[in-house]
Design a binder for this molecule. Sequence first.
Ligand SMILES: Cc1cc2nc3c(=O)[nH]c(=O)nc-3n(C[C@H](O)[C@H](O)[C@H](O)COP(=O)(O)OP(=O)(O)OC[C@H]3O[C@@H](n4cnc5c(N)ncnc54)[C@H](O)[C@@H]3O)c2cc1C
Length: 333
Amino acid sequence: MPALTKPPTTFESISIFDVLIIGAGPAGLSAALALSRVNRTVAVFSSAKYRNARASHAHSILSRDHTSPDEIRRIGREQIEVYGTTQFVDKAVLEARRVDTGLFEVTDADGETWRGRKVILATGVDDVMMDIEGYSDCWGFDIWQCLVCDGIERADREAGTLGPVNMGMLMNVFTMLSLGCPRVTIFSNGPIDRGDKQASPAIAIAKAQGVDVEERKIRKLIHLEDEEGIDVVFEDDAVRRVGFLAVKPVCKLANTKIAEDLGVTIVDDPKAGPMLQISQPMCETTVPGVFSAGDACTNTKQFSQAMAQGGLVGAAVNYQLCMDQISTVQKSL
Ligand SMILES: Cc1cc2nc3c(=O)[nH]c(=O)nc-3n(C[C@H](O)[C@H](O)[C@H](O)COP(=O)(O)OP(=O)(O)OC[C@H]3O[C@@H](n4cnc5c(N)ncnc54)[C@H](O)[C@@H]3O)c2cc1C
């Protein structure tokens, strides 16, 4: 990594960065880019655990459609480094605290401490795997959470949805029909409760479009090599081959410890699961000076959304740093 042209300030030989960013996915990197462009000193930490680690290509990202996520992050880092104010620390952050000087301090996996005036939590989420044998082998390769992100490349194959049968699931069904998949199946993985207010109309609408409803319990899913898709094996040993499955994943925060250390409120969104609570439009958490961006704090969990929010948070943090400086100068007058 090139040397910083603007290193952080020091106090009693401790480096003090303007901003500590935890997470170097699209959210954290976009925030770092915005802050670099106003000469703020930044340390970006990453444990290199990215939500889309299984994706060979990322999609629906303007000018980077069908580019590998690794490549997008590599270009991002390279462009940030040009400004000479951001230091990348490829280590996990284990703890965080506010110190009595009004600064924030984090400790990395090697026990080193880092100080900053502001913190951005861009730590992302983990997808919870369904309790079906082989599910995690298929996740990200042929089980997809978003048909805008993945799907069209295998539109010539049979496809299906897996999980609770409800009106929301119909979005995936109708997207598969729009893609032109030759056969679309709803895999309910067990009998559907016909009395359920959501399930009955959803099935009726799907069947009216020629969609199959498969209620047999699934014994296992087999990930096939060479992008062949998945063999769905039922409890009676019958097998159905599909090119891909779509699910609405349950997500959990990739890291709660740092947010909890800092006292950030975590809310449980009925649709998106646990999220860091932020205020709009600045994306500041419930703790002044601690911000968040990306999947960790939004229910629209997409690469481009994480990028956009990261850029916005970078600008918001710069705004707050300016306000702090103005207030200090004003007090001294
Ligand atoms: C299989 C799959 C494919 C996808 N494909 C697409 C697609 O094609 N297009 C699209 O728009 N979206 C896609 N998505 C969604 C997209 O990946 C996410 O919305 C996006 O990555 C969120 O960015 P983020 O920066 O919030 O989090 P992430 O990209 O997950 O980055 C999180 C960062 O936080 C770091 N971190 C976490 N805890 C710590 C810690 N304690 N210390 C240090 N670092 C830490 C991680 O190491 C990482 O650097 C896909 C998702 C999946 C699961």
